[in-house]
Design a protein around this ligand. Structure first.
Ligand SMILES: Cc1ncc(COP(=O)(O)O)c(C=O)c1O
Length: 299
């Protein structure tokens, strides 16, 4: 497959896709979006993503102006144009921007949303990447606060994450784990974070200032299924440093072990058994979802 981009119904190669400069999505990051994993012909956790898109739009006082069917049709047309087959895994980014309007912050006069879909080959981690795991760093920069711009809304305003990831790389790591203003653990720059200690899992609560990951929701259900104790609790950096296992989750990459924090190994520095088990269960759940043609059936 090849990358194709759909801008308000016009599907082109990536280099030809154009959006007007006066789109408030470009000017102000005034947009909402979702990244889906398209697997064996199915948008994995489609309903969860669309629910979240609607919730994100609500937080931005944004009327999406289009229904779910039209959004899914736009995605399907784009993925078809990209030439994806059932053997491909695709990365699908669905963006709804405020649209083109007057040059100013006031969006009340912006008449129409812009709908953009990017369909690209998915960059899923290979076995070697999984075995090595992710190296993370704690950095000085904080996750933006809930009262400033709630990280629970998935908006196009991503500079907090962009800069954090850059600073993690400057520190020699692959990704950052961000703390909030209270010094509690929130999430990585594009993934939720989990710790495992003595066989039990913990992940920060929404109140820490995080995105409610669709993968996170599925993982909590998979834990219940597997009889793994799982809690949403406030975590300190030490909880990660002293954990037996730490891992990250996001839609396209799935579950990835964190094997080093600030250059120190997590546990014995290799993927742990609970991470491996949840990873296998997560991949199997996606395969099952694809086999039944998608649709809501948890987990
Ligand atoms: C900041 C942040 N947290 C968490 C996630 C994981 O969300 P999901 O599992 O729905 O992909 C993402 C995904 O892009 C993200 O950007």
């Amino acid at each position: 497959m090849e990358t194709r981009i759909n801008v308000n119904g016009r599907i082109t190669a990536a280099e030809e896709a154009q959006l007007p400069v006066l789109d408030h999505g470009f000017l102000f990051g005034d947009s909402v979006y979702e990244v889906f994993w398209w697997h064996r012909g199915v948008l994995i956790q489609e309903a969860e993503h669309l629910d979240r898109l609607e919730r994100s739009a609500g937080r931005l006082y944004m009327d999406l102006q289009v229904g779910r069917e039209a959004l899914v049709e736009a995605v399907e047309a784009t993925v078809r144009a990209a030439g994806a087959t059932d053997a491909d895994d695709a990365y699908i980014r669905l963006i709804v921007t405020r649209g083109v309007g007057p040059l100013g912050l006031d969006f009340r006069e912006v008449p129409r949303r812009s709908i953009i879909v990017i369909a690209a080959p998915a960059n899923r981690p290979d076995e070697a990447t999984v075995r090595r795991g992710i190296h993370v760093a704690f950095i000085d920069r904080r996750r933006m606060s809930i009262r400033a711009l709630d990280p629970g809304a998935k908006t196009g305003n991503y500079l907090n994450n962009v800069l954090a990831q850059h600073e993690a790389r400057l520190a020699g790591a692959d990704d950052a784990v961000l703390l909030n203003d209270e010094g509690h653990v929130t999430e990585a720059t594009t993934a939720n974070v989990y710790v495992v200690r003595e066989g039990a899992l913990a992940t920060p609560p929404m109140a820490a200032g995080i995105l409610r990951g669709t993968t996170r929701t599925r993982i909590l259900l998979l834990c219940a299924d597997a009889g793994i104790r799982a809690r949403e609790i406030t975590l300190a950096p030490e909880d990660l440093r002293e954990a037996d296992e730490v891992f990250l989750s996001s839609s396209v990459r799935g579950i990835l072990p964190v094997t080093a924090i600030d250059d120190a190994p997590v546990g014995d520095g290799a993927m742990g058994p609970i991470t491996a088990q949840l990873r296998a269960r997560f991949e199997a759940a996606a395969d099952e979802e694809a086999a039944r043609g998608g649709g809501a059936e948890a987990p």
